[in-house]
Design a protein around this ligand. Structure first.
Ligand SMILES: [Zn+2]
Length: 280
């Protein structure tokens, strides 16, 4: 499932390709996405592509009218821009992932002057919302890549956190965009045991948690995200950050820091990877 770094990657890659392109035709193959047709997007020009929470937001305008097309990729959604040039070479891809999108999974498409933007989504959990009100798209949770993610803000958020910190990190109404992979990695880097209660963390641990969250997200964005199951960016490539994962999916391997064996525990049905040597 694409998390914050993967969605950011898609937005960054689409931006230079899309900005300036004019929509000529909108095709909707899946009636769940009929919101796209309620708006007259044909004739509109893409003016920006950004990430807001875990959504890719395509800003379009036509004269003085502005609208925002917010795409939530969910589990398996992919936005692919095709302007006729071959897709970028796949660098880190596992064999099973080297597959082009399949026509029957196409749910919607924008045909533009300079190419076409297609939304593929085999499992159909992805959503597209069109609105004139950008603020209404803002997620409830705090975006940990923004300046608002201060130590004070994190202290405040954790004050009444009666959940284990790993589960808390996955709550999108607290911090937006951290998934299972990044939560394990952040807690390992911060030397915090995933079963500690959020509210029990002391000042130094909260400091570390904030710093490591920012550091790991920035690094993952630099490497175009992490590919574990279905994520591919808008050029059909996959992320490279999985090569830098320290504990995720490494059960039984030695901890890169202390040599103790990495363990896997299950919290709320999800795997958490940790080193008991480093995370006590
Ligand atoms: Zn260790």
């Amino acid at each position: 499932m694409p998390e914050l770094p993967e969605v950011e990657t898609v937005a960054r890659q689409l931006r230079p390709a899309l900005v300036g392109a004019t929509i000529q035709r909108v095709l909707v193959k899946d009636q769940k996405l009929s919101d796209l047709l309620a708006w007259e997007l044909e004739g509109c020009t893409f003016v920006d592509v950004t990430r807001l929470g875990k959504q890719v937001v395509l800003s379009v305008s036509s004269g003085s009218q502005a609208a925002y097309v917010a795409v939530h990729l969910r589990m398996t959604g992919r936005l692919i821009w095709d302007d006729g040039t071959p897709l970028r070479t796949v660098q880190f891809q596992q064999a099973a992932l080297q597959r082009p999108p399949i026509e029957k999974h196409l749910r919607a498409e924008c045909v533009c002057s300079s190419g076409r933007l297609s939304f593929f989504d085999p499992r159909r959990f992805g959503t597209i919302q069109v609105t004139a009100d950008y603020e209404s798209l803002r997620p409830v949770g705090l975006d940990p890549t923004t300046e608002d993610f201060t130590e004070r803000a994190l202290v405040k958020l954790l004050e009444n956190a009666k959940q284990p910190i790993k589960q808390w990190l996955l709550r999108q109404d607290r911090l937006v965009g951290l998934g299972n992979i990044y939560a394990s990695e952040i807690l390992f880097a911060s030397r915090i045991h995933p079963e500690r209660l959020g509210a029990a963390l002391v000042t130094d641990e909260i400091k570390q948690l904030r710093l490591q969250t920012k550091r790991i997200l920035a690094r993952a964005i630099r490497h175009c995200g992490t590919t574990f199951s279905d994520f591919q960016d808008s050029t059909g490539s996959v992320g490279g950050f999985q090569r830098y994962l320290k504990v995720y999916n490494r059960e039984g391997e030695p901890c890169p820091r202390c040599g103790a064996l990495i363990e896997r525990i299950v919290q709320q049905g999800r795997s958490t990877f940790l080193c008991r040597g480093c995370q006590q």
